[in-house]
Ligand binder design. Sequence first.
Ligand SMILES: Cc1cc2nc3c(=O)[nH]c(=O)nc-3n(C[C@H](O)[C@H](O)[C@H](O)COP(=O)(O)OP(=O)(O)OC[C@H]3O[C@@H](n4cnc5c(N)ncnc54)[C@H](O)[C@@H]3O)c2cc1C
Length: 261
Amino acid sequence: MKAAAFEHACPASVADAIALLAGEADARVLAGGQSLGPMLNLRLSHPRLLVQVNRLQELTGVAADADAVTIGACVTHAAIADGLTPDIGGGVLARVADGIAYRAIRNRGTIGGNLCHADPAADWATALTALDATMLLQGPDGARSLRACDFIQGAFRTALLPGEIMLAVRVPQLPADARWAYEKACRKPGDFAHAMAFVLLCGGRRRAVIGALGARPLLLEDDDVSLAGATHSLRALSGLDEVQRRMQLVVLSRALAKAQA
Ligand SMILES: Cc1cc2nc3c(=O)[nH]c(=O)nc-3n(C[C@H](O)[C@H](O)[C@H](O)COP(=O)(O)OP(=O)(O)OC[C@H]3O[C@@H](n4cnc5c(N)ncnc54)[C@H](O)[C@@H]3O)c2cc1C
């Protein structure tokens, strides 16, 4: 099937992009097109206007300071996997990016598109919730920022308001004592994961995030970061069967063991 007819605009700035979105109620932002493209072709989405943003320099920059690395929303997974962006410590961002899909997808797919699409099995939502990243957003009413755990609201649901664009993601630098592990279960390399867990231990605090739950990532902190704590929380989630729960626990136990090794 082919996409329904649409208008295509390539604005010269974020301000122009926001003005275009404000002027057409049935408009969508287009970044790498790796999720939106298939949705258009399957006619699951049929906007009248696509506003392409992935060539805007304002969205492809990267900056680092002592506290955090700020990555433009249209930086590709491949750029992060290849180490073309500064890391926050231990190669964690490159490790996450390199495990996303396969090279052709990573070459075009963007960190912002991945987060705004909010596929529950996507890697950045889980990893950036664990790393307590902040999403920087800009819309017709100005700029705002949201923590990843507040931005992702459910399967394919985010806190983005109509006409808003994600500008960048600000990821805190990891302290020197940080230990982390990221584990996933995929049926074959390049597939979306069926279970995933990110464990972060630092400064006496513990955090684990479980993803691929068909819902928003599950955040566990401190005393809840254990197989018993995860079992309890996973039982409380509807829509997970026993096989899925066990798969999640196996993946979490691997991540816990690696982070503690
Ligand atoms: C075969 C296949 C396998 C994949 N496997 C994985 C995987 O294992 N792990 C994983 O994490 N991902 C996976 N993906 C998803 C991929 O990594 C892309 O990140 C994802 O498709 C979206 O990024 P994009 O830049 O292509 O966004 P697009 O497809 O262009 O856009 C996606 C959505 O986000 C919105 N959007 C995009 N950018 C912005 C912005 N800056 N501000 C506001 N809204 C915006 C768009 O309007 C659209 O609704 C896979 C995709 C495919 C096709």
